[in-house]
Design a protein around this ligand. Structure first.
Ligand code: NAP
Length: 491
């Protein structure tokens, strides 16, 4: 086996996974570059009140690192961050992580990848640029990573603190304050539930109502935790059960707009709305006019209760502009605020960017991806040999555990890496033909998905075609079982 050198970009959930799996496969020359001073990706960056994961904890765990200590069915963010730190430590890979070091350039030549990094803060004179090299680069840079700031006039003129949900300012006192939240996605719903009871007044600026499923979040008691500690196989079994339940109810359902499971989810969402929102005017404001599953389904047992508190207001008038004292809506009303929270989502078309990536023959990834990012089976792009992505473009992201997705992709990538390790080839990347075929089939399959039934969502690209995996999760698993080498260019 050749002793290949690996660079992993990002020490979030997928980067930690990659380093552990590469070590398990016998590779020792690995560096993980992390621009922040702590690992954890999403769970490091999102610290808003009430943050939790809407995939059950025993499913949102690595298959090889079940965790008997989860305290809730759906874990709070800090617990997930602690879990990732623990797995990295126990997996012995924390020493491989180069913190505070940002990869800004990846350039391929016949000797492999040349990597440009910068260490230190961007605004400091002591920022040091360094070079590294690797035979293989694994990009584990995340999907929901770059905050999307809304294009609303006057945003910079607000007098009080204004920040994005993924850049929470913990110095701002919220108790008793008049707080405005823009957005009604998963982040907004979670933070509204956490804030409603403590702030003086809460104004939720809703552009589009959401389908909300009231799934409860019971604590996992000490007795059950002790049982999991004593019998780890019980966790594996639970993970398997949760996994097949989720695949059936969500992941496989959303790719078939006519599926009965999808109708069932919509019926449950409707019953939740009818049963829990008393005021008919508010109920109509909160009633979605598109198919359930078209946007990401939201799981919250207490969102409706939170927005019905006397201090909460759902504002559906369009935002005209932000003014120093608050938000002016199209009806002319000024909603006076002390704090403004932008729960407006992420730029999901970024992936590795802004890293400058230059492949074989000087091909620039930014140009290849100028219209939209794509990757063959979500892991490889033609002309970018020995560069693999986890949770890259076109992967399954809807209502399922991204850990499971990354694990399947990582296993697949290791099969390709094995070809390099055994000296069967020096370069491996998806062939252009396979890429073109995949894109055609993907666009065709997307027509049957619920994402095409008419709604605005981050699942859609600039052509209005779902940018994500349009087939069942079962098909994803089958595709990831083993690479079809005819679809790759081996040099
Ligand atoms: P999001 O789902 O993209 O929601 C963004 C919200 O901001 C939408 O309600 C959107 O309205 C609104 N918005 C954007 N620009 C606006 C503007 N100019 N004026 C008014 N409203 C505007 O973002 P997110 O809530 O951060 O969630 C993103 C994804 O992160 C989720 O889908 C999920 O995959 C993940 N997430 C997961 C969890 C979890 O528990 N696992 C928690 C949080 C986030 P429209 O709907 O009208 O576009």
């Amino acid at each position: 086996m050749r002793n290949l050198r690996f660079v992993v970009v990002g020490a979030g959930m997928a980067g930690i996974l990659s380093a552990i799996k590469l070590r398990e496969a016998g590779f020792t020359d690995i560096a993980v570059y992390e621009k922040a001073d702590r690992l954890g990706g999403t769970w490091r960056e999102n610290t808003y009140p009430g943050i939790s994961c809407d995939v059950p904890s025993h499913l949102y765990s690595y298959s090889f690192a079940p965790n008997p200590e989860w305290t809730h069915t759906f874990s709070p963010g800090p617990e997930i961050l602690a879990y990732l730190e623990n797995v990295a430590r126990q997996g012995g890979i924390d020493g491989l992580i180069r913190y505070g070091t940002e990869v800004h350039r990846l350039e391929y030549d016949r000797a492999g990848w040349r990597i440009g990094t910068s260490a230190g803060r961007a605004d400091r004179a002591d920022r040091a640029d360094r070079a590294d090299r690797a035979d293989v680069v694994i990009a584990a840079t995340g999907v929901l990573h770059h905050p999307r700031y809304p294009d609303i006039e006057g945003l910079d003129r607000f007098d009080g603190p204004a920040f994005h949900s993924a850049r929470w300012d913990h110095d701002v006192k919220l108790a008793g304050a008049r707080v405005g939240v823009v957005g009604t996605g998963s982040s907004a719903v979670q933070l509204v539930c956490a804030l409603a009871g403590t702030v003086g007044e809460l104004r939720l600026f809703q552009r589009t109502p959401q389908w909300i499923l009231a799934v409860p979040n019971p604590a996992i008691d000490a007795q059950d935790r002790a049982r999991y500690r004593a019998h780890p196989a019980a966790m594996t079994e639970l993970r398997r059960e949760l996994g097949s339940g989720f695949v059936e109810a969500f992941a496989n359902a959303v790719v078939d707009a006519s599926s009965p499971q999808l109708q069932l989810l919509q019926d449950l969402g409707l019953a939740n709305l009818e049963d829990h929102v008393r005021d008919p005017v508010l109920r109509e404001k909160l009633r979605p006019d598109y198919r359930a599953g078209c946007k990401r389904l939201i799981i919250s047992p207490n969102f409706y209760e939170s927005v019905q508190r006397p201090n909460a207001h759902v504002v559906t008038e369009r935002i005209r502009r932000i003014e120093p004292r608050g938000v002016r809506t199209a009806d002319g009303e000024l909603h006076e605020l002390d704090v403004l929270v932008l729960a407006t989502g992420f730029r999901v078309d970024r992936f590795l960017r802004p890293i400058e990536v230059i492949g074989r023959g000087g091909v620039r990834l930014d140009e290849v991806w100028a219209r939209r990012p794509f990757a063959y089976l979500a892991v490889s792009v033609p002309d970018f040999p020995n560069l693999f992505m986890l949770n890259g473009p076109n992967g399954p992201v809807g209502n399922f555990s991204l850990i499971d997705v990354a694990e399947a992709q990582c296993g697949y990538v290791l099969e390709l890496v094995d070809l390099l390790g055994r000296g069967r080839c020096r370069e491996v990347s998806a062939s252009r033909q396979a890429m073109a075929r995949f894109e055609t089939e993907r666009a065709e399959a997307a027509k049957n998905t619920v994402w095409m039934t008419g709604c605005r969502s981050w699942y859609l690209d600039d052509r209005g075609i779902p940018a994500v995996w349009p087939w069942s999760f079962t098909r994803f698993r089958a595709a990831m079982a083993r690479p079809v080498l005819d679809d790759y260019e081996l040099v």
